[in-house]
Design a protein around this ligand. Sequence first.
Ligand SMILES: *Cc1c(COP(=O)(O)O)cnc(C)c1O
Length: 402
Amino acid sequence: MGGGENRPPFQPLKGRDWQEWFQELPTPSYILDEGKLRANGQVLKALQERTGCKVLLAQKAFSNFDLYGTLAPYLAGTEASGLYEARLGREEMPDREVHVFCGAYRQQDFGELLKYADHIVFNSPRQLAQFGPAAKAAGKSVGLRINPERSTQEGHAIYDPCAPGSRLGTTRAQWDAAMTPELTGLLDGLHFHTLCEQDSDALEVTLGAVADRFGDVLPGMKWLNFGGGHHITRPDYDLERLERCIRRAQEAWDVEVYLEPGEAVALNAGYFLTTVLDAFQNGETSLAILDASAACHMPDVLEMPYRPPLYGAGDPGERPFTVRLGGPTCLAGDVVGDYSFDRPLAEGDRLLFGDMAIYTTCKNNTFNGMPLPDIWVLREDGSLEKLAGFGYKDFKYRLGQG
Ligand SMILES: *Cc1c(COP(=O)(O)O)cnc(C)c1O
């Protein structure tokens, strides 16, 4: 994580004039890039072949299941945040592993969850005691999420599960207070997830904390899941250090190592096409209103926050005309960011944001009655195919029966 400074370098669509390529597409539309997904998959597959680790897709970042077939040859399976994602992984990437971690499971869901998941990771010793025996009896591999209490990121508290008072993961103190031999006996593995858009130096620090706090119990485990947040497919990512971390865990504790990145699977593998609806001046500030909303269609731009790459545009002041791009919603802060252009923007101009496959299509909303964008795929042969379109009924019927 870490806003602009840690975002992947901006990679233009090589040799392609996107204006022409996408000219028939309506806006707003997300466009998923099958070739980029496959390229990411190849990096992850090679990592697994070199180290013997297993890599899962964290579906919360990317769950456009029409592309699971493209990704499946490169992945060991899917990771889910709960019942629905576990079912999606089982249905759409069948014959692969389904892992699930949830902050707390519901009694009424648990029986159905057992139909889909192979690995079930609990957040607390209490939930492990409540559901672990049923999971074990159903033949599942059972895990507990630990909290190594080692923050490796600054300034983004919303993404730091190692902060004091965190609800995510079991600290060593919580473990010592609650883990009886019977409970420990239920465990096949441990899981930690503490990173966000980070390089392997942060993983190395985290793994050291895991060794310090849980090194005594790890030899009794079959697997250790390193969670997500590894920006593995970013071009400057330190893969060798990651491989050393994986080997260290394999050798020290004789565990199978899992990684469950979300972002890294679909990094730079999607675009968001939008049209300028209005452009005007307020004092010194040039403004443009798009038919797309940061709040609705790219919520992490506000939540993280970050400024997404925009094709043919520069940083503020870099080119002659700097414009603040925002959405048509009522939210004053529905601003994507400030960008500079070679000429002023005008109604009808089309703009293309990059790195829009992750935390977008699976996280958007219809606040203000905003329409949901189409979802298209750019196939490897250059053709475009519509995967999903939405309308008034998608806005209305999530609010009531009518
Ligand atoms: C969010 C999350 C992931 C994926 O994180 P990315 O930053 O998208 O790689 C994996 N595992 C767990 C438990 C998560 O919460």
